[in-house]
Design a protein around this ligand. Sequence first.
Ligand SMILES: Nc1nc2c(c(=O)[nH]1)N[C@H]1C(S)=C(S)[C@@H](COP(=O)(O)OP(=O)(O)OC[C@H]3O[C@@H](n4cnc5c(=O)[nH]c(N)nc54)[C@H](O)[C@@H]3O)O[C@H]1N2
Ligand SMILES: Nc1nc2c(c(=O)[nH]1)N[C@H]1C(S)=C(S)[C@@H](COP(=O)(O)OP(=O)(O)OC[C@H]3O[C@@H](n4cnc5c(=O)[nH]c(N)nc54)[C@H](O)[C@@H]3O)O[C@H]1N2
Ligand code: SF4
Ligand SMILES: [Mo]
Length: 733
Amino acid sequence: MKEERQVRTNCRFCGYLCGHTATVSEGRLIDIAPDNTRFPCDNSILKGCQRWRLAQEYLEHPQRVNYPRKRIGERGSGQWQEISWEQALDEIAEKLQSLKDQHGPEMLSSAIGGPNTSYWPLHRFMNLFGSPNNMGIGQICWNPATWVNTLTYGWTIDNEIDLNNTECALLWATNPRESDNSLFWRTVLDFSRTGKPLIVVDPCNTKTAERATLWLQIKPGTDGFLALGMLHVIIDEGLYDHKFVEKWCHGFDRLKEHVLRFHPNYVEGITGIKEEDIIKAAHLYAKSKPASLCSGRGIDQLGSNSIAIHRALAIMRAITGNLDVAGASHLSVMPDFVPELDQELSEIVPDAFHEKQLGKDQLLLQSYPGYKRVRELTMRQGKRLPMRYLTSAHPNLVWKAMLSGEPYPIRSLIVMATNPLLTQADTQLIYKALKSLDLLVALELFNTPTAMLSDYVLPSAGAFERPLFETKAGTANLAYGGEQALEPYFDRKPDFYFWRELGKRLGQTEYWVEETMQDNLRECLSPANMSWDEFCNEGLYTKQNTYQKHNMTELQDRQPAGFATISGKVELYSEILLEIGYEPLPEPILPLSSNTKYPLQLITGSRVQPYNASSFRQFDRLRKLHPEPLAKINPKTADQLGLKEGSKVWVETERGRALFTLKYADMCPEVVSVEYGWWYPEMEAAEPSLGGLWISNANILTNADFDKSDKLLGTWTYNGIPCRVVETETQKQ
Ligand SMILES: Nc1nc2c(c(=O)[nH]1)N[C@H]1C(S)=C(S)[C@@H](COP(=O)(O)OP(=O)(O)OC[C@H]3O[C@@H](n4cnc5c(=O)[nH]c(N)nc54)[C@H](O)[C@@H]3O)O[C@H]1N2
Ligand SMILES: Nc1nc2c(c(=O)[nH]1)N[C@H]1C(S)=C(S)[C@@H](COP(=O)(O)OP(=O)(O)OC[C@H]3O[C@@H](n4cnc5c(=O)[nH]c(N)nc54)[C@H](O)[C@@H]3O)O[C@H]1N2
Ligand code: SF4
Ligand SMILES: [Mo]
């Protein structure tokens, strides 16, 4: 009989890493089952997730990349030669060295995506190579809240919904029913059954909004006005926490004056939400204690408005006494284990290469000077934010430098665990930029459209084939994950291997001491006094959350710790924003107005099951469940435009057009919400089709032009874009 092994492991088919038990025989995965005892996992919720069931198929899928391949025809011709890792690494290293000699290290860029792998090995390599040009999606995912909470509270927070403590939950622009198959959705569901107030702010009546006691149907991009309208009510009616405000908040009087003009009646005209509902929401949130306020991607993707709205929400939490309080939120603490910042070696590289950062002089915070200024403050409490995420290059500047050579040439790109042709804004620009490169390398599991245009595609070890260590980028004392379930199939290698081997070929040997990712993680955990084996067994490293830390006295001077800001308090009025030349109080702006040519407002990319971004379109089982890219619209709006449910439509913006199937939904009138990430892996994996890249890709409709992006972080706009919808008889080509 064949020997079978049970391995306590985690799924890696999206960022949640749900705990599972894998059954492995002769190095092959033969079964997989959710494991409630491993964080984060809820068996009943996981019944709804379709992806983990695909584990075996995922490992063996005929479209997986299994061996390193090198382009032999024209770029994008789909002609490849399989080569060894040695050859691929030698050739890539040689090419990078010669391009570096010619143009300087900044000619190399890299691209990363959502939480699909560990990114610090890439950052370490880029730091040592000397290039600041890593592009991410942080500007529209995670960074706005992290930056804004840090500059307001001195550090970032985790929001809590705790069934015993939380008396009210306010979910702002997030739809965990579609985006989260793990513990958070379980908690929201359970909370909704308590009958306590659950408020959802979303233009669409999502499955999450359906569970709300109050759904605020907001016009896209007007959230800053709503938040300031609620603040108006809370302050006007004295519903704030007077003691906390007096002792711990800076600039309350200026805030009070600032919110005067956001009368709910005025806010109703902008947001489309009735005055009485704005007042009701403010009452529910401010009077129920503790109240939790959790926000999602919908407000991270609104250009400058993202900053104003996050600031207003940060202020709302603080003045209602919901900061660092059980059942509402807690300020995170630095990890006991080695933070990603140190794994990246970000602090040992000379400052000189920071000078080469694109947009450094225009971006006030998401830049090395901005980072350094904030670091001076957070270091008062011994905390350091992850540097490479929060200084990542603005993609629009990088794509443009590839094309124009200005301000300096960027000639090569290494793409890891992301598919920018589908997930970054402005597909047309990216396509031209990629075509112009001297070297394009993709570390991938599948032959994505981005990989199709590459010079080399390297087969990464994915879910179950490599160890996992997820850490909130080192901003909290929490890590979860575990051991790989099996050795990688075929010639796949963990991403760590690629960076280490490339680094060794380019003079970085002394910085890559540990041979494997496991060795590295062992070292990384040692300050926390936990062995890698213990960690894998538990699947979790964490400490009990602590609260009200600003009141704790520091031993030497017996002074309360306060907050790591310029004033030492929560900055309602931000001194650091004032200092760097940005509005110290939240100033929302009206979203781009619709016009006669583009009369509707577009939302791109709300999450839908069973897919994750542009991934999983290769799986027939999932395609049967959700066969077509949908554009959702209010039936009345459709009727006014003479459009019928089920018809194929072009959604058009000034940037281009993409094909969707129209679906009626209970949502804001005059708004269209399209799915993102759609391509067709069954179509030709070469030019001109590139896997159906140009058919229904939402990012054909978007742009991230630097001069229209936010000046603080470079946040661009994925939601609230003027558009129109035109019926077409054209079917998928
Ligand atoms: N219009 C619009 N665009 C958006 C968004 C939106 O809402 N609207 N959302 C944005 C957000 S929040 C995010 S996070 C991004 C997500 O965008 P991406 O991170 O680009 O997500 P995916 O398209 O899933 O691409 C991930 C790729 O990584 C590969 N992969 C998986 N695991 C591994 C691994 O271990 N190693 C390697 N090397 N590869 C691996 C997968 O095969 C897949 O091709 O999209 C952003 N783009
Ligand atoms: N199935 C699936 N799950 C995923 C992902 C995936 O691609 N697929 N991606 C993962 C990633 S990378 C992320 S970042 C998370 C994101 O997860 P969530 O934060 O839940 O993000 P979304 O579903 O993009 O957006 C949430 C809601 O914002 C609303 N919205 C759009 N515009 C506005 C606006 O202007 N104002 C307000 N108030 N609401 C608005 C949308 O209607 C949508 O219902 O999901 C993760 N989980
Ligand atoms: S939600 Fe589903 S796909 Fe994501 S980690 Fe959990 S089981 Fe895997
Ligand atoms: Mo994301």
